[in-house]
Design a protein around this ligand. Sequence first.
Ligand code: FMN
Length: 216
Amino acid sequence: MKIEKPIVATNGTLSNPVNKIIECIYSRRAVRKYLKQPVDKMIIEQVVDAGRMAPSAMNRQTLNFHVLTNTALIKSFSKQIGKAAIKGITKMKAIEIGKSLISALLHPHDLSFFKEDDFVFHGAPVVIFISAPIDSEWAGLDSGACAQNMMLAAKSLGLDTCPVGFAKFVGDTKMYSMLNIAKKEHVVLAVILGYGDEIPEVHLRKKDNLFFIEQE
Ligand SMILES: Cc1cc2nc3c(=O)[nH]c(=O)nc-3n(C[C@H](O)[C@H](O)[C@H](O)COP(=O)(O)O)c2cc1C
C-alpha cells in the first residue's frame, strides 16, 4: 500500500486530505443549530447501522437505540432533561462542583449554547438515545465508539450531529417511561442528527500529548 506524506493538521484543517475517511473525521463538528428539514427514516437507519458496526467489548453488542423524530416531543423531552440536568448539577457535592469549575477554567469551552431556548437537543429534528445495561463495565466505551461511527456516517451523508451527555438525565424525567427502555438499562448518551445550519469553528486540539516510547 502506498503511504502518503504525513498529514499536517493546522487549525484543525487538513493540508493533505489523504482519503475521504480522514477528511470526514476532520470536518465533523458538534453542531448546535439545525434546519427544520426532517431526516428520512432510511438515513436514520443507515446512521444507526453504522453505529452497530462499531466494536463492542467482547462483541457483546449490548446497546439499544431509541429514536425521537417528533419535533414537539423532542422539545418536551429537552425541557424536562434540561430541568433534571440543572437539578442533578445542584445536587452535586460542593467538592465536585469545585472540580468542575476548575476544569472549566482550565479547559475553556464555549458555553454560550446554555443561553439557547433548547440547550439540550439544540432544535435538532432527530434524537438517538443510546442505552446500555446498567451493570455493563464497558457501556461508556461501547457507546462512545458507536456514537463516533454514527457521527462520521452522518457527516459522510451530508448531515450533522452532536453528542449529548446531558441526555443521561432523561432517566430523572417523568417522560422517561415513554422511551420503553428496559429496567436493567439506562441512557448513556444521545446523538442528535439533522441538517446543520451552522459551521462551527474548529476547536484546536492539544498537540503535546503524544509520547513515543522508543527502545534500542
Ligand atoms: C461524551 C460527550 C458528551 C457531550 N455532551 C454534550 C452536551 O450535553 N451538549 C453539547 O452541546 N455538547 C456536548 N458534547 C460536545 C462537545 O462539547 C464537543 O464535542 C467539544 O466541544 C469539541 O467540539 P467538536 O466536537 O466540534 O470538535 C459532548 C461530547 C462528548 C464527547
